[in-house]
Ligand binder design. Structure first.
Ligand code: ADP
Ligand code: GN1
Ligand code: MG
Length: 371
């Protein structure tokens, strides 16, 4: 789509959604890999400038946007009730969908793209990297608390927005199919990475097997607990809002924990090309563990706490495998900003898994302190 075409689709969405005031401008916002996110500004009649988040939803990945938006509306309304009871701020402590003028939580434009808008949560930031340990700790408390708030939400009423999202053995099968198909002839150059994953075939099943055996409970989880999916309040320094609710579905608590460790306790960025910079920071690992368990407020079983290191390892292994699969399939899933970007991302994840294997005893000792 050209810039002009994009601009007219945005205008269409703006016309359809019930914003207040006079439209001023829009700009790209954030660094998510999935949706197209814009910050849009309106001038209200009293001169006040109001901001909103406008997103073109990724319809390729989320095949049923209507169901996804039902999940988000229901979950955020459930959270709003709880926040209200605790005398919290319902406009800042959860996402608020802005409905279209005819009462729909999304808008379908003339070429079939889906758009949605949220109230913008100002005076808060999301971080792409841990800049300050306290922010990481606060994000942990928020993600743990989020899961706890949804503990009595009827999991069976949620749609699965991406089937088998964190079903690692299913992801492994998809990966092997991509290797066999080798659509772009890229498999030959990534044999080391392919073998690294194949060698860990048995481990891929561990958590799903425990779920099947009833040893780990199915809970309502966020499933995409990257640090930049938390907004940290500028004045209090606390995690104010959990965002990016597209993947709220039944899942494993240890995977919510693990995905945060994968992203935030890495000493390097997710797409660092100098692998010598990649490692697991055990101090950050401990800080996150402490915060997450505090946020969960005693709701995790002993088995869940015991399996936290495995949650971290499997989320990292799975994410590396997903990046490699996308690289082999021609970079159609994760947004890339350079040639080989998904391969770079895959390599950091596998390096992090290797480092976790070396630090396994330390990781278990740390989580063991909180059992
Ligand atoms: P993606 O699925 O592509 O990661 P997100 O929903 O996470 O998209 O949004 C991308 C970024 O936009 C976030 O990391 C955050 O910085 C910002 N953002 C999203 N929603 C809001 C909001 N309601 N208020 C303020 N910032 C937001
Ligand atoms: C995607 O949407 P975003 O950027 O928060 C992805 C996650 C991956 C992550 C890797 C719906 O997250 O599963 O862990 O990239 N989200 C989806 O950075 O696939
Ligand atoms: Mg995001």
């Amino acid at each position: 789509m050209t810039r002009e075409e994009y601009c007219s689709r945005i205008q269409e969405a703006i016309q359809a959604i019930g914003f207040q005031g006079e439209f001023l401008d829009y700009s790209r916002y954030g660094s998510g890999h999935i949706n197209d996110t814009f910050l849009i500004r309106f001038k209200e009649s009293d001169g006040h400038i109001e901001k909103y988040i406008l997103q073109r939803m990724n319809h390729e990945i989320f095949k049923k946007p209507e169901e996804l938006m039902k999940n988000i509306c229901n979950v955020t309304s459930f959270l709003r009730d709880k926040i209200e009871k605790n005398s919290g701020d319902v406009k800042r402590e959860t996402m608020n969908v802005v409905y279209t003028k005819d009462g729909s939580p999304y808008f379908r434009d003339s070429i079939g793209s889906y758009w949605r808008a949220y109230l913008f949560i100002g005076d808060a930031v999301s971080f792409d990297r841990v800049e300050n340990v306290k922010d990481f700790y606060e994000s942990a408390v928020s993600f743990g608390h989020f899961q706890n708030l949804l503990a009595d939400y009827d999991a069976g009423s949620l749609y699965e927005t991406i089937p088998d999202f964190h079903n690692t053995p299913v992801r492994f099968e998809t990966f092997k199919t991509a290797v066999a198909a080798d659509l772009l002839g890229r498999a030959a150059e990534v044999q080391t990475e392919i073998h690294f994953l194949l060698e860990r075939a048995e481990e891929m099943k561990v958590c799903m097997d425990l779920l099947k055996a009833g040893e780990l409970p199915l809970r309502v989880t966020h499933n995409d607990t990257k640090l930049n999916n938390i907004l940290i309040d500028n004045s209090t320094g606390k995690g104010i809002c959990v965002i990016d609710l597209d993947t709220v579905m039944p899942g494993l608590s240890i995977f919510d924990y693990g995905d945060s460790i994968r992203f935030g306790a890495n000493t390097a960025a997710e797409d660092e090309t100098d692998l010598s910079k990649v490692s697991l920071d055990l101090n950050l690992f401990e800080i996150y563990t402490k915060g997450f368990l505090e946020g969960c407020n005693g709701s995790l079983t002993e088995k869940e706490v015991e399996m936290l290191p495995m949650g971290a390892k499997l989320m990292t292994l799975e994410c590396g495998m997903r990046f490699l699969t996308d690289y082999l399939q021609g970079d159609t899933y994760f947004r890339i900003h350079r040639e080989g970007h998904n391969l770079d991302r895959c390599r950091t994840q596998l390096k992090l898994v290797e480092d976790m294997e070396q630090k396994w005893n330390e990781m278990s000792r740390i989580t063991g302190k909180y059992r």
